[in-house]
Design a binder for this molecule. Structure first.
Ligand code: MN
Ligand code: MN
Length: 307
């Protein structure tokens, strides 16, 4: 029997990789010759999961043979899938996204639920089919759920995800919150970037009424992790202010766990920020914005309004 390949979307996240590996186990349970593969490099977060588990990472593929049988997880849209997918025979899909740009020649097994994570759909299959969940599979599914729902805090998280999370936590015999924080933190690890790179990872420039400002942002699971580099970050910010003749530089350190931001504010027009948020900048050049995570919706509009 020819081998079935199982994979998630391009630029794979933790759900795509972990759900592929768990789906391989499920397929093998039914006597299928299947192998989980991936369409791209692991991100830092997923790397953390596989280092933690000490298991083999699925191998990377870039091409697909004519008539190759495949199972898709965590996606269905053609653009997000393997190049040359039209040559493949899709025999199954396990997903939690809208269905678009999708058609097949043959009937298939299609399982989609509007949950927060593919692994929650998988968990439901294991339960319904009464298949035992081993410890490694439990950790893989738990990791995927933690990733996709930001430790159950994302607005995409459903009751089904919460149920799966707590049952998997018991099977995995780990403290999911502690583990999840470390995992999410690994995904936001900025230690390999210089201060200059950090402030430029996601920086947007705005011009308003002759004023030039930059609002940069990084995500973290621990604000202090990033804030401890304040001195070198400020040095890089000051340099950018001088080079680009900026009136204001805001660097948002966004805590994706507690959904708050701490902002380092530099430049001659710092008072704009104080007016916009009705708070003063403290002696550490920073201002804490509770419940603020979106630059586009929560930061840029009040700033531009004051200007
Ligand atoms: Mn995904
Ligand atoms: Mn997903």
């Amino acid at each position: 029997m020819e081998k079935i390949l199982i994979f998630g979307h391009k630029s794979p996240d933790t759900d795509s990789i972990c759900s592929s590996v768990v789906t391989e186990k499920l397929a093998k349970h039914y006597g299928l010759d299947a192998e989980a593969v991936r369409l791209g490099d692991l991100n830092k977060e997923t790397e953390y999961v596989f280092n933690y588990l000490g298991i083999e990472v699925p191998k990377k593929i870039s091409e697909i043979e004519e008539g190759q049988k495949v199972i898709l997880v965590d996606h269905n849209e053609k653009e997000q899938s393997v190049d040359g997918r039209e040559k493949a025979e899709i025999i199954g899909v396990i997903d939690h996204h809208r269905i678009a740009a999708f058609e097949t020649v043959y009937p298939l097994y299609y399982m989609a639920k509007p949950y927060g994570c593919t692994s929650t759909v998988l968990f439901e299959i294991f339960k319904r089919e009464n298949i035992e969940i081993d410890k490694v599979s439990a950790k893989l599914m738990l990791s995927a759920i933690i990733s996709d729902t930001l430790l159950l805090k994302s607005p995409t998280c459903t009751d089904k995800d919460r149920e799966a999370y707590s049952e998997l936590e018991k099977i995995a015999e780990i403290n999911a919150e502690e583990y999840g924080l470390e995992m999410l933190k690994a995904g936001t690890d900025l230690s390999m970037y210089s201060a200059d790179e950090v402030i430029n990872l996601d920086a947007k420039e705005f011009s308003e009424k002759g004023k030039k400002l930059v609002i940069a942002q990084v995500n973290t699971a621990d604000i202090n992790d990033v804030f401890s580099r304040k001195e070198e970050l400020e040095f890089a910010m000051e340099k950018s202010i001088a080079d680009r003749k900026l009136d204001l530089y805001m660097f948002l350190i966004t805590d994706i766990i507690n959904t708050n931001s701490k902002v380092i504010v530099l430049g001659n027009d710092r008072s704009v920020v104080e007016k916009a948020f009705g708070k003063s900048i403290d002696e550490n050049d920073s201002i804490f914005l509770e419940g603020v995570v979106s630059r586009k919706k929560q930061v840029a509009p009040p700033i531009l309004a004051v200007l």
